[in-house]
Design a protein. Sequence first.
Length: 165
Amino acid sequence: MPKDKTLDDMFVDTLRDIYYAERKILKALPKMKRAAQSEDLAKAFDHHRDETETHIERLQQVFEMVGKAARGKTCDAIEGIIAEGEEIIDEFKDSPALDAGLISAAQAVEHYEIARYGTLRRWAKELKLNEAAQLLEKTLKEESSTDEKLTKLADKVANPAAQPA
């Protein structure tokens, strides 16, 4: 392994990881929406799809700022998280626990994104990429807000519905 790798390289590598992840998430959200039993959860997936499109655009701006082509790098973590979500859909289809499972899968995605965006924002500040840090901060706040909304939806609707009669 080259010993001349720097934080700049790590930043771009992680940017490619989350770019891949966001594009993969964008493809997974319609399937999650179709599987949702609650209208509120379906709307939440729709809203997050719109936000994800904005997140991808912001990432493209950050790539421009660092003079790199916007391209993804396979993210095994998001592949696994999405596969788990698909398993939940298959195993809990038509059950009262499906929405609770969908929310847990969506929150696993959110927590991954929160971790990545938090790190990227911190590194952007270290690298004096202040404009990039601001864009990453906006996305981080939106991901955190989505996570909070999912928690409220779980507490109010999905978890009670999944309880045995």
